[in-house]
Design a binder for this molecule. Structure first.
Ligand code: ADE
Length: 415
């Protein structure tokens, strides 16, 4: 047991099912697999203690395997209590990788688990929302560096940087091209719809889906839902994004107007109070509410509870029905991030590139950490290009290279 860190999981007997799930995911993660093979040969992470506060899924287990193959001691806790795959946690523990996470753990247990990883004294942190690295900063514990998976986490860490309090380099994995383009558009785009359908078995064709937020993730959800026959209404506060939505062929309108139109509402803004009393009061009977943003603050749950004078009923495992005195509103997965809480998160084929970014970010921090500025930093361009190259290779796709003449021509314009 590395550094004496104990595991706290639901049940070790779930390991065989978890292992099968991890093997299935690994089969769809060729980029991470090739990094793992190189790590196993060269051990570039020898001796590093890497603490990961990520969603405990089969894809994350593949990342943990790559880190361990590279010579790191690695430990895992969950970035979200509702997304833990208990079998996967058991499989990792069985393989000697400490995990502190159980599905559905309460806030106190969640904090205890993140705290245990912080106490463990990592050199490098991996976060999905920045909870672990923020805690280490509050405790004034130094780490060599961190890598962050989400926009929300980066917002928190950039605030620390602006206040002059960021005490290590942080690699903004979320902003690499191989992460952002594919995660948001293809990963969340598909998996948010998947989560909603698993929870409800709704027929999307012919329904009006109101999408609140038209960032990269919103665009992905809209594209997929349109493909399934839904009519899309977009609500946006950013005029450029709103214009883009309109030119992409969607209806665009304020949320108050959309509230009366929608059959299904999906929030994906990164902000809070996006659907609040005034919207909830106008909605039709039987609508479905889902959140695809990182935190469960986009739908105002306090106001929803206050409005539910007729009570709240659990009608399906992931559907709570709020009775507003004659009208019911159906909330999915308690307003938590629906692609992970009701589905399995991004498909492994997408996480392949995200976690390749994280694995290579860890290597970058181990090798260069001491020389990097204590700022939120981009993933080096070479890492991004290497990942895209490996992914293309795995898909059997070849591409052209610039001729020397083209290189001269283009560099002569570069100034
Ligand atoms: N974030 C989104 N999808 C994920 C997945 N499948 N595993 C880990 N983190 C994720």
């Amino acid at each position: 047991m590395p550094g004496g860190l104990a595991s706290e999981i639901l049940d070790l007997a779930l390991a065989p099912a978890g292992r099968a799930r991890v093997e299935w995911a690994e089969g769809q993660m060729p980029v991470l697999r090739s990094i793992r093979e190189r790590f196993a040969a060269d051990h570039p992470l020898e001796g590093a203690k890497v603490a990961a506060c990520l969603h405990v899924t089969a894809e994350t287990a593949s990342l943990m395997h790559a880190l361990v193959a590279g010579g790191a001691e690695a430990a895992l806790c969950s970035a979200n209590p509702l997304t833990v795959q208990d079998g996967v946690a058991a499989a990792l523990v069985e393989q000697g990788i400490p995990v502190q996470a159980t599905r559905g753990e309460d806030a106190e247990m969640y904090a205890k688990h993140v705290g245990a990883l912080a106490e463990w004294g990592p050199d490098i942190t991996l976060d999905d929302g920045a909870d672990l690295l923020m805690l280490l900063h509050r405790w004034e514990r130094h780490v060599k560096g961190g890598a962050e998976e989400t926009r929300t986490g980066l917002l928190r860490l950039r605030r620390l940087e602006q206040d002059g309090k960021l005490s290590c380099p942080v690699i903004a994995v979320n902003e690499s091209r191989t992460e952002r383009t594919f995660n948001d558009r293809y990963g969340t785009g598909q998996s948010a719809i998947d989560g909603i359908l698993r929870a409800t078995n709704l027929l999307l064709a012919g329904r009006t889906l109101v999408l609140l937020g038209y960032g990269a993730t919103g665009r992905g959800i809209a594209q997929r839902a349109r493909g399934a026959g839904a009519h899309i209404v977009v609500c946006e506060v950013d005029p450029l994004r709103a214009l883009e939505a309109r030119m992409d062929g969607y209806e665009v309108m304020p949320a108050l107007d959309a509230a009366e139109r929608g059959d299904l509402f999906v929030t994906v803004t990164g902000s809070r109070g996006v659907l609040r009393r005034e919207h909830l009061e106008r909605m039709k009977d039987g609508v479905v509410l889902a959140n695809a943003g990182h935190f469960d603050v986009e739908i105002d749950l306090d106001e929803l509870r206050e409005l539910a004078t007729g009570g709240v009923r659990q009608v399906l495992p992931l559907v709570e029905q709020y009775d507003l005195g004659g009208r019911v509103l159906n909330l999915l997965a308690q307003g938590r991030v629906v692609n992970l809480a009701a589905g399995e998160g991004h498909p492994a084929g997408v996480m392949d590139m995200s976690f390749a970014n994280l694995a290579l970010a860890v290597e970058h921090l181990v090798v260069n950490g001491e020389t990097l500025e204590h700022r939120v930093l981009d993933v080096p361009k070479e890492i991004d290009e290497e990942i895209a190259r490996l992914k293309l290779e795995s898909l059997g796709v070849e591409i052209d290279e610039l001729t020397p003449d083209q290189q001269d021509y283009l560099s002569s314009w570069g100034g």
